[in-house]
Design a protein around this ligand. Sequence first.
Ligand SMILES: NC(=O)c1ccc[n+]([C@@H]2O[C@H](COP(=O)([O-])OP(=O)(O)OC[C@H]3O[C@@H](n4cnc5c(N)ncnc54)[C@H](OP(=O)(O)O)[C@@H]3O)[C@@H](O)[C@H]2O)c1
Length: 259
Amino acid sequence: MFTNKTFVLTGASGGIGSEITKSLAEQGATLVLIGLNRNELDQLNQSIGGQHHIIEADISTTEGRDTIFQYCQQLNQGIDTLINNAGIGQFSLFQDMDDDHIAAIININLTSTILLSQKLLPILLSRPESHIINIGSILGSIGFPGSSVYCASKFGIRGFTEALRRELADTAVSVSYFAPRATNTAINNESVIAMNRELGTQMDNPEQVAKQFIRFINSSQSHYYLGWPEKLFVRINSVLPSIVDKSILKQLPIIKRYL
Ligand SMILES: NC(=O)c1ccc[n+]([C@@H]2O[C@H](COP(=O)([O-])OP(=O)(O)OC[C@H]3O[C@@H](n4cnc5c(N)ncnc54)[C@H](OP(=O)(O)O)[C@@H]3O)[C@@H](O)[C@H]2O)c1
């Protein structure tokens, strides 16, 4: 149970964020729900009893991050956990992407996540025990065609998590990494869903991801990868990437048909 614990969650009204919200609320947590759309956040808050905090803020702006900091700073109970979940996806050939698309993926998924973590760190350091949890992806460990810049952002957040965990190891702040595999949410368009069906790539429901997330935060693990065979591929890719190169090469004609 998380009674008396306060979780700050970005991307709260998204597919995975809203299910994590419901699961944490069921366990008695207090939530600070952050998103771009107040109506969606209000509806989510109502669905979990209406007692929680809402911040309409864009994490990719200084103003948005300042708003989040000021709100969290004045909370009497402080904050115990920051969950960096907000993110945007990509399913496009690298050569077709324009500057703004590339910059937005790196900005939201990586730079802004890092900047928000830094902004809230003094509050987290003032607590007897606190946590930063970064939502990564299986694609933060395996480069996949059509996701080049998304992979760059998620590989980056995995590296950031590992380094910050080691830097803060002598403080009360733990830093961990939670990596879902493909999940049925709005981040994946129809082409991704159809491609995954043809490739035989399983997609989780966000409810399953939230269940695993609760299991993860109740464990003392610093990183957590969802799904077989994905967990195995992550390991193989780290020691023998040429095997994964060959396997993805076989899939490439199918992938390119959907791109
Ligand atoms: N679904 C998958 O296959 C999958 C797999 C592995 C990892 N993940 C990761 O899981 C996390 C959640 O994704 P999801 O699948 O739940 O996607 P989603 O349904 O699209 O949710 C993403 C959330 O992030 C919010 N967001 C985007 N830009 C933001 C910004 N600048 N400031 C504040 N909030 C912003 C979105 O708000 P709006 O809805 O208002 O735009 C939305 O609530 C992401 O980090 C994603 O990379 C997803």
